[in-house]
Structures are given as structure tokens and as C-alpha cells.
Design a protein around this ligand. Structure first.
Ligand code: PLP
Length: 481
């Protein structure tokens, strides 16, 4: 994207695609936005999509597909077993990821269920750079324990460390010596660590992890859900890789791993997941679990149309114009937000622009859910739906006092979905909210027994701050939507 220089010197992310199918969105007037939010219990997951102007909740299942992906879906071979579509998927996995065997599942967490049931035993330890929610769930449900090994700097939002997703290799070796290699079925490396702001790990760190894994005879499990972007940031930021093609860097990542899995809702398609390996014994174990939970081993809970779209999407994931679109928009957004004084996670990561809600609302304690306040405030002033990522979404009844490592608001940039003017609108409204941040007030959960907190439970504002925010919006914007 940065290949094109503007005459006026501006650093503008230029799109290398054209939109040919579009979806209409509407921006409700501010009073109706407040009503919609009240109806949703101030939890943006509960908003109806028709009431959302720009849906920046997630990139999961919301990336734009290509003309060739849609075309490929038309040639799906719906055979229950031995489908031509599955053969094409195997070829794509072999060509792009370099792995021999493919085990499909219906989405990323289903793949995690399969992996943990097949390869993890009661009492096992899984060292990793950082957790993702569904991964921890499946490890602990199967009797294992997670040990996280990113360095403390990963939790400092403002940083110039280009690889905050790196593993602390000294602590990795200490962990192996403490628990014993036989207790460790694999070291999990998550590309572009989602929950700490989409931060990548470097290839030099990964080579060190591989050396340690080899020394102790431990497998590496690569969560490749955000691998394209991690590889792109290696090309951008790590010495020695600038001239390499993205597909070569992707291959290095996969070659260094024993097992590669990913949610195809982020990488390649809008549905599905794959587990890829060269080890026939592991493949057999995975197949057994897939047959019980997902479906036959050549479709794993997906339709053949989705399998075709994943196969085509894998080839497209080697295209730098495609992979760099979302990170370039995020970089543009984060750099402008930082210039405006807004506390963002830096360096800009992938998947979304991340706001440090603790700093944004330094007048609110973590127990008052500042990230939920910022998300609610942003929806009120813009109709943009963001996502809280912190203490509320990590809540568990077994550890009610748990405080997350970071309180983030994520504004996701699904690939090729938003325009630059929509990005600038979001920045503009975020700046207004930041200037009026003292109006943001405390929130509390209105718990419903048995309901998962972050994703489903309604909240309530503890003061009338939302109405005061609307009044200030009217004062500043008049009758503007
Ligand atoms: C890094 C990572 N791993 C696993 C998953 C789980 O994938 P899914 O949502 O398809 O179940 C996600 C989903 O966002 C993810 O970001």
C-alpha cells in the first residue's frame, strides 16, 4: 500500500480493489441512538445491526470476500466424502502453508476443541505468548493449564516495541524445567496476539522458541488466525525480511510449526477453520475427534461452498495488497488518534485500532468498567459499534474479582469493508468524545443468573451521564446526525 507516494506528501492508505457489491447502512439521529443503546442494555453485542452505522465490533466473519471467492463457491462439489472441493483445499494448504494433512472444523474454537481433546492430557501445561478466550476455555475444559510468557511491556499501551507478542524465552525454559517437557504437549504461538491489541511476534523470537522446543522435544502449535498480518508486519518491521515476498514469510512461519490452525472467519473466508500438520499420527487422532464433533473428515461441519472459498482465500492471503489493507487503515487511524492526544495501543497492531480505556477515562476506576463507558459513548456520538476487551469480557463467576491485564476498546477494521471517509468520521467523533471524556460515567452489570457477562449481559449507567452526553452532542453538532 505504501508503494504509492502522494504528490502532496500525505501518507494515505490507497486501496487496491474496487467495490462492486455494497450494503446500505443508516445513521440514526443521536436520540434514537441513545434509545437503541438503552434497549440493548448498553452492551454493544446486544445492538441490532440495523441500528449500527459502522460495525467495528469484530473482523470475525465480516471481512469482504473477493469476486474469485464467490465464483469458486459455485463450483462446490457437495459429495459427502472424497469431494473435489476438499482435494482443492488440500492443494491450497500444501501450496500456501506447506502442510500435508488438513483437518477441517466449523470455526476456530471448534478446531481448538478438536486439538485439545486429541492431543492434551489431564494436568498438561500449555506455554504460550498470550491467551485467546476460546483457547483457554478448551485447554482448561480438558484439564490443562495455560502459562503466558509475553514480557510485561506487552501490557504497556504506548510503546515503540515492534513485537509485543514475543515470548520471553528465558521464562519459557524456566517453565519447561519447572513442569517437565513430558507435561507440555505443545508451545502455542498466537500470530498477532488478539487480546493485547493485535501485536505480532518476530521471526527471530520464533526461531529461538523453535530451538528450545527442539531441545526438549516439544511440538509448536501455531494459531495462524491472524498470520497474514503478522507476516506483513515482519516484512515491515524486522530487519532482513523487507525484500522477501509475503508468501515466503508465511511459509517460514508454517515450516517452523508442527501444527498450524486458524479460524477461517478471519483468515480467508466468513466461516470455518483448519488444522494442518505433516504428522500422520496426529492427523489420525484429530480425525477421530472431528468425526465425533464436527462431521466427516473432508468437510468438518462446513459446506463445500465454504471449503472452496477457504481454498481460494488461502491463495489470496499471499497477496500483500490484500493483507496490508486492514493494517494500513489501522495505522492511519492510530497515528492520527495519537496526534490528537488520544491514548491508543502503539505501535499500531492488526485487526483493529485499540484504545486504552483506563487512560481515556482516568477519572473512572476499573471496577466502573471504563471500556464499556467508552464503547457506549462512542456509539452515542457516532453510531459506531466497538467492543470492550478487558475485565468485563474476562469475567468468570469462579473468580469474580479478576482484573484483566488491559482495558481496551477495539475498533475492528475488517478487510476491505470501510472507506477512508468512514475512517475519518470515526476519528473525528472519537476526538469529540475524548474532549468530552469527563462526561463518561460509571457502569455496572445488571447480571442475569447463568448469562455470560461480557458478551450477553446488560449494563446500566450509574448516573444520567448518557443523557448529558447527548445534550452536549446537540449543543456541539446541532441537527447533524
Ligand atoms: C487468535 C484467535 N484464535 C482463535 C479464535 C477463535 O475462532 P472462532 O471465533 O472462529 O471460533 C479467534 C477468534 O477471534 C482468534 O482471534
Amino acid at each position: 500500500m505504501s508503494k504509492v507516494r502522494f504528490y502532496n506528501g500525505d501518507d494515505i492508505p490507497l486501496e487496491f480493489h474496487r467495490a462492486r457489491i455494497v450494503q446500505k447502512v443508516r445513521l440514526l439521529p443521536v436520540d434514537e441512538r441513545l434509545q437503541a443503546l438503552e434497549k440493548a442494555g448498553y452492551n454493544t453485542y446486544r445492538l441490532d445491526s440495523r441500528d449500527v452505522f459502522l460495525d467495528m465490533l469484530t473482523d470475525s466473519g465480516t471481512n469482504a470476500m473477493s469476486d474469485l471467492q464467490l465464483a469458486s463457491m459455485m463450483r462446490a462439489d457437495d459429495a459427502y466424502a472424497g469431494s473435489e472441493s476438499f482435494r482443492r483445499l488440500e492443494d491450497a494448504v500444501h501450496d500456501v502453508l506447506g502442510k500435508k494433512y488438513v483437518v477441517p472444523a466449523h470455526q476456530g474454537r471448534a478446531a481448538e476443541n478438536v486439538i485439545m481433546r486429541a492431543l492434551l492430557r489431564q494436568g498438561d501445561i500449555v506455554p504460550m505468548n498470550y491467551h485467546f478466550g476460546s483457547t483457554v476455555n478448551h485447554i482448561t475444559l480438558n484439564g490443562g493449564k495455560v502459562v503466558e510468557l509475553v514480557s510485561p511491556e506487552a501490557f504497556e499501551s504506548a510503546s515503540d516495541n515492534p513485537f509485543k507478542g514475543n515470548v520471553d524465552t528465558v521464562r519459557l525454559e524456566e517453565c519447561i524445567n519447572r513442569y517437565g517437557a513430558e507435561k507440555i504437549p505443545f508451545i502455542r504461538m498466537e500470530a498477532s496476539t488478539n487480546l493485547i491489541g493485535g501485536q505480532p511476534f518476530s521471526l527471530s523470537n520464533y526461531y529461538q522458541v523453535r530451538r528450545i522446543a527442539d531441545k526438549y522435544g516439544i511440538r509448536i502449535l501455531l494459531d495462524a488466525t491472524l498470520l497474514g498480518e503478522n507476516a506483513y508486519l515482519v516484512k515491515q518491521r524486522e530487519a532482513g525480511y523487507g525484500d522477501m515476498e509475503l508468501k515466503e514469510i508465511l511459509r517460514i512461519f508454517c515450516d517452523l510449526a508442527d501444527l498450524v490452525y486458524f479460524s477461517a472467519r478471519k483468515l480467508t473466508c466468513a466461516r470455518g477453520a483448519l488444522i494442518c500438520t505433516d504428522d500422520f499420527q496426529d492427523k489420525l487422532k484429530l480425525d477421530q475427534v472431528v468425526s465425533v464433533f464436527e462431521g466427516y473428515v473432508t468437510y468438518g461441519g462446513m459446506s463445500m461452498k465454504e471449503i472452496e472459498a477457504i481454498a481460494q482465500g488461502l491463495y489470496e492471503a499471499t497477496d500483500e495488497d490484500y493483507i496490508s489493507q486492514s493494517p494500513s487503515f489501522i495505522k492511519y487511524f492510530v497515528e492520527h488518534a495519537v496526534e490528537m492526544g488520544i491514548p491508543m495501543v502503539t505501535p499500531p497492531g492488526v485487526l483493529g485500532a485499540h484504545i486504552d480505556a483506563k487512560l481515556f477515562c482516568d477519572h473512572l476506576p476499573v471496577q466502573a468498567y471504563p471500556a464499556n463507558s467508552v464503547v457506549a459513548g462512542l456509539y452515542i456520538c457516532s453510531g459506531v459499534r466497538g467492543m470492550e476487551g478487558g475485565t468485563a469480557s474476562e469475567y468468570s463467576p469462579s473468580d469474580p474479582g479478576h482484573i484483566a491485564d488491559m482495558e481496551l476498546v477495539r475498533l475492528a477494521f475488517p478487510r476491505r469493508v470501510f472507506t477512508l471517509s468512514q475512517t475519518m468520521f470515526t476519528l473525528d467523533r472519537l476526538k469529540w468524545l475524548y474532549d468530552n471524556r469527563r462526561l463518561l460515567g460509571p457502569m455496572a452489570y445488571d447480571d442475569i443468573p447463568g448469562m455470560v457477562r461480557g458478551f450477553r449481559t446488560p449494563l446500566k449507567p450509574l448516573t444520567d451521564w448518557p443523557s448529558r452526553l447527548v445534550a452536549k452532542f446537540r449543543e456541539d453538532f446541532g441537527d447533524s446526525l
